[in-house]
Design a protein around this ligand. Structure first.
Ligand code: IPE
Ligand code: MG
Length: 233
């Protein structure tokens, strides 16, 4: 979800106003995912590198994340959304944010329409380091560590690989997002700044995805099965 700061700058507002304006885009994306039959949606809300930002902006983002969750979790629950948070490891995350997250995860844990994963305090490299630590802690012998072992020691082992990864605001980077799961993701870069992102952009990204020919290193085959979409934004 990139471009909040530039959106605000274009309007002569503060950066934090851009973050606040991103709420509608986020809420609409969740709805678009449910309406479009997407079953996994992951949203990059705050990275392990975002802690470098000014304290006031970080505080604002933490409070905003808590409020957006509190204001929407009941709607999401009624829509059958299971909410989960990826990351959330840093001690600087305020206690009330953690409590809100725990309550939302508990409330929605049995829902099956869409798994909405919010990557908050997330870093792909840290996830991999964490999985490595877990493997060692479980005493897995080195010669038995396979790709499946690593996948099984990620924070959410049931998470599928990313099919479609959408980045907004004309930036062309992965920025340490879900490096393990993004190995074969189809990358879609849109010029739209995150606060302007709407269901039509969501559909546009899915449409671009469906035009891609995914071969996973193989050669083209006559009948390629249509893949289900799980999106990472
Ligand atoms: C994304 O918008 C929001 C977060 C990283 C939390 P930015 O704040 O990165 O916006 P730009 O890149 O400065 O426009
Ligand atoms: Mg940015």
């Amino acid at each position: 979800m990139d471009g909040n700061g530039r959106w605000a700058e274009q309007r002569g507002c503060e950066r934090v106003d851009g973050h606040a304006a991103g709420e509608d885009a986020f809420v609409e994306s969740v709805r678009a995912a449910v309406d479009g039959g997407v079953t996994w949606l992951t949203s990059f809300a705050f990275s392990t590198e975002n802690w470098r930002r000014p304290r006031s902006e970080v505080d604002f983002l933490m409070r905003l994340n808590r409020r957006v969750l509190r204001d929407n979790v009941h709607d999401w629950n009624e829509m059958g959304v299971r909410v989960r948070y990826l990351g959330v490891a840093d001690a600087r995350i305020p206690e009330d944010v953690r409590e809100e997250i725990a309550a939302a995860e508990e409330l929605t844990r049995d829902n099956g329409t869409l798994t909405l994963t919010v990557a908050l305090d997330h870093g792909g490299r840290r996830d991999l380091a964490r999985a490595a630590r877990s493997i060692v802690a479980h005493g897995v012998p080195a010669d038995q560590v396979t790709e499946e072992t690593l996948a099984g020691h990620m924070q959410f082992p049931d998470m599928p690989d990313i099919d479609l990864l959408v980045r907004t605001s004309a930036e062309h980077r992965l920025s340490n997002f879900m490096l393990w799961q993004a190995a074969y993701a189809e990358l879609v870069f849109l010029d739209v700044l995150w606060p302007d992102f709407r269901a039509e952009h969501f559909s546009q990204a899915v449409e671009l995805y469906h035009r891609r020919r995914r071969r996973f290193g193989d050669v083209p085959r006559p009948a390629e099965p249509a893949a289900a979409v799980s999106a990472g934004a």
